[in-house]
Design a protein around this ligand. Structure first.
Ligand code: CUA
Length: 178
């Protein structure tokens, strides 16, 4: 869905750029004109363009930043229950996750590290939307706190290219009712 929209918008923008190119190429052959009045008009429009872009981008940021995976962290802070601990070790090309079952509505601290190269521990819900992720790095204990809001099976996939079999580096975590 989103990909289709991005594709159509890209095609439209490319068409606009192509049209400007053709227009410029077409005008290049004509005699020199006085562009100064046009430039003055453009400068008068510039503050308004700035205001329009600033308002649009503020609105877009306000609308989209709330969708970040970090939402689960804020919710966890309001729950007065101790965190569950899950140890995650990434290695070419598998995940060692202990334990693989956690409870819903109770924060989980994923302690993520790697045995060899950099990987990326990414959690996906049933519709394969990413819900949280953190880098798995050799020598580092990266803690990702996340609170699952729905029971079910979550996919774990590697989100950092880590070698030939990167694409098979997947696992699962089961989230059960409390
Ligand atoms: Cu591990 Cu990609």
């Amino acid at each position: 869905m989103v990909q289709n929209v991005v594709w159509v918008v890209s095609i439209l923008l490319m068409a606009v750029v192509a049209a400007i190119f053709i227009w410029v190429a077409d005008r290049a052959a004509s005699p020199v004109e006085d562009y100064r009045p046009m430039a003055a008009a453009a400068y008068r429009l510039r503050p308004w363009l700035f205001v329009i872009v600033a308002v649009a981008m503020t609105g877009a940021s306000w609308r989209t930043l709330g969708e970040l995976p970090y939402r689960g962290v804020a919710r966890a802070a309001t729950l007065a229950v101790p965190a569950q601990r899950v140890d995650v070790l990434g290695e070419q090309w598998d995940w060692r996750i202990t334990p693989t079952q956690v409870r819903v509505d109770q924060p989980v601290d994923f302690h993520v590290t790697s045995k060899d190269v950099n990987h990326d521990f990414a959690l996906y819900d049933a519709s394969l939307h990413i819900v949280a992720q953190v880098q798995a790095m050799p020598g580092f204990d990266n803690v990702l706190r996340y609170t699952f809001q729905r029971p079910g099976t979550y996919r774990v996939m590697c989100l950092e290219y880590c070698g030939l079999m990167h694409h098979v580096m997947a696992s699962e975590i089961t989230v059960v009712e409390r």
